[in-house]
Design a protein around this ligand. Structure first.
Ligand code: GLN
Length: 265
């Protein structure tokens, strides 16, 4: 659908085909809504914020300026997680930890695709947790997902002290180097900075997650991370230097860039 079609189908609450098969003039209110949405788009606001929702793996999620808009590459992260969950084939429900929930996209998609998994998801933003919980409810998986408002580093340390274990830890952390942020396209700059900024070299969260996840994973369990352009080599070196994971391999995205790091404990 074009952007215009997406706006029109939202204003008219109809399908794309209805726009052409059964065209109706807009009412005055609809016309106002349409023009307001078009002017927001022209001012550089992301389309998904204007529509108020986004699609992730066929799941409808509410999104607004409180959270990062789910990206298609992150669907690959979830697909790898589903594959790994199947390989783990446990007698008991799998325990999954998602770090940085945002809209809740990863946790909700995992809950829908692995019905008996128990998922914990952490975010430092109260506003994100609020929206993610609403999304889990709207998609009928709120009983399967535990939302935790906490800084992920502190959370990992607490879990370590409490000797907690997970079968799979997954994250799409902020990974843009701070100096690159001002150069991002206007629509991306409307997204929460804390969901984008990965520190001086973009790798701050990876350092913490890779080091702190080890003790939370049993032998043979997985750590899955989405990574930024050109970060694979550095992450591989980081994992190797830690001497704590058996393996670190990468899965490419739709344009052939290493996008998902798969570490086996
Ligand atoms: N888990 C969310 C996503 O993958 C949020 C990620 C983030 O805010 N960096 O889109």
């Amino acid at each position: 659908m074009t952007e215009d079609e997406q706006i029109l189908t939202t204003v008219l609450n109809c399908r794309r085909v209805d726009l052409y098969a059964d065209p109706k003039p807009l009412t005055r209110i609809q016309q106002k809504q349409y023009l307001h949405m078009k002017s927001r788009l022209a001012s550089g606001e992301p389309l998904q914020y204007i529509l108020g929702f986004s699609d992730f793996m066929g799941i409808k999620l509410f999104v607004d300026e409180r959270v990062l808009i789910p990206r298609p590459e992150t669907e690959i992260l979830v697909e790898v997680a589903i594959e790994k969950a199947q390989a783990l084939k446990s007698q008991r429900p799998l325990r999954i930890l998602d770090l940085g929930t945002g809209s809740g996209n990863v946790a909700i998609a995992l809950a829908k695709n692995i019905p008996d998994a128990l998922i914990s998801t952490v975010d430092i933003s109260y506003e994100a947790i609020e929206l993610a919980e609403a999304n889990a409810r709207a998609n009928g998986v709120h009983e399967q997902v535990r939302f935790i408002l906490r800084d992920m580093v502190n959370f990992l340390k607490e879990q370590q002290e409490a000797n907690c274990k997970f079968d799979l830890i997954i994250s799409n952390p902020p990974y843009i180097p701070t100096f690159e942020i001002p150069r991002l396209p206007a629509d991306v700059l409307k997204e929460p900075r804390m969901a984008l900024d990965g520190g001086d070299d973009g790798l701050d969260f990876y350092r913490e997650i890779i080091a702190l996840s080890v003790d939370l994973l049993d032998k043979g369990s997985f750590l899955l991370l989405e990574i930024g352009d050109g970060q694979a080599e550095k992450i591989h070196a980081m994992v190797k230097a830690s001497e704590m994971y058996d393996q670190c391999v990468f899965q490419k995205d739709y344009v052939g860039t290493d996008r998902i790091a798969v570490m086996t404990r």
